[in-house]
Design a protein around this ligand. Structure first.
Ligand code: ZN
Length: 378
């Protein structure tokens, strides 16, 4: 092998074990790796005839003086030996269609995914079973097992009414939220506790056998600006009862509600111990009686259909939480919440946030009411 043929030096010199025959020019057309050819093509093109040069010895785009690389054609060819035959596609489609299906109970409104799957497969994705509405499931089973058309009709009407009421709650929430954005006198608040957050979180199996410290996270979502405010504290400070809910609502009213607001719409789920009790009614009533606000309306959803903006915020936190396999301190949760969304604000609850409203209101209100509450249906 001469020096001129490897003018840039042989990177494999002294390392390859093949015989010199492998590097002879005649081997180059057989598609074998040929170091001598590389050197000749790159630096000694005059050694080849014009015909040889055009026979793909050089890349075409270079041989024509064009410095732009050719378009990458990978993945665009029609030779696809592994492509599924149309018959197999049809069978897959038939198999998908054989899955049991049911209509989502969350909303009757279409979304883009629902539209695609309904148009292409007539199926949609539902929530996991643990998250379905018990009443919807019960009525669906009864409808499927109805003995007569008349019975089926009655059950279908009952289910339809149930879903209409659920939809009405969400329509009202949407309308009132829009109102709060347009009129500074109105505000919309939704609130809820997140599922308890454990400490520590660790991949170590031993953690499961220890008593963990619970961290509580109370979310209050403001309709006018779309922000979520998280009141965070651990179980050594307080619990998750009606006193905590009223206390944290009061802090929220004092610090985050615009001063010009005179009417508030509150939306929360039906949890009796936290949100649907006499004490909370007494607390809200006192705010109106003392002329703090002109009007407060607290709305509860149809049981089983209580997905609120807070739940969407909790979903974002859970997603961020999954990225952390070690969480040791409450402040780690605070950082996780803050990083989950730029519209999330965290407030660390201290003892001076909390009041014993329950005992306080017992002095001003009867223990039992003679006239039962009137539930307004729409
Ligand atoms: Zn339902």
């Amino acid at each position: 092998m001469s020096d001129s043929e490897l003018s840039v030096g042989d990177p494999f010199e002294g390392t390859h074990t093949d015989s010199d025959e492998d590097y002879e020019p005649e081997n180059r057309t057989e598609g074998r790796y040929n170091l001598k050819n590389l050197a000749a093509i790159n630096f000694s093109s005059s050694d080849f005839s014009a015909e040889e040069e055009s026979n793909a010895q050089q890349p075409k785009h270079l041989s024509h003086g064009n410095s732009t690389p050719p378009t990458d054609r990978r993945g665009r060819h029609e030779k696809r030996p592994n492509k599924l035959h149309e018959d197999i596609n049809t069978k897959i489609r038939e198999h998908i269609l054989s899955f049991p299906r049911y209509k989502s109970h969350y909303s009757r409104k279409d979304n883009i995914h629902q539209k695609f799957f309904v148009e292409n497969y007539n199926i949609t994705f539902g929530k996991p079973k643990s998250d379905t509405c018990q009443k919807c499931d019960k009525l669906t089973n009864k409808i499927n097992g109805a003995n007569s058309d008349a019975e089926k009709k009655v059950l279908e009407r009952e289910k339809s009414f149930h879903i209409v009421k659920a939809d009405h709650f969400y329509t009202d929430l949407k309308d009132k939220t829009q109102l709060s954005k347009n009129d500074p006198k109105f505000e919309v608040i939704t609130f809820d506790f997140q599922q308890n957050l454990p400490l520590p979180v660790s991949s170590s199996g031993e953690v499961f056998y220890k008593i963990q410290l619970w961290v509580f996270n109370f979310c209050e979502h403001l309709g006018s600006n779309g922000k979520s405010y998280f009141y965070i504290y651990d179980e050594t400070l307080a619990g998750k009862g009606q006193n905590e809910v009223a206390s944290l609502l009061l802090h929220f009213f004092n610090n985050f509600i615009r001063p010009e607001v005179t009417a508030i719409y509150i939306f929360s789920d039906n949890c009796a111990s936290q949100n649907k009790n006499y004490m909370l009614v007494q607390f809200l009533h006192s705010l109106v009686e003392t002329n703090r606000y002109r009007f407060i309306c607290h709305r509860y959803p149809e049981p089983g259909h209580s997905f609120l903006p807070c739940d969407r915020s909790f979903g974002a936190i859970e997603q961020m939480k999954r990225k952390h396999d070690k969480i040791y301190l409450p402040r780690d949760y605070i950082n996780i919440i803050k990083s989950a969304n730029k519209h999330f604000e965290v407030i660390q609850v201290t003892q001076d946030f909390l009041f014993n409203f329950r005992d306080h209101f017992q002095r001003f209100f009867e223990k039992s009411v003679k006239q039962k509450f009137q539930i307004h249906t729409v």
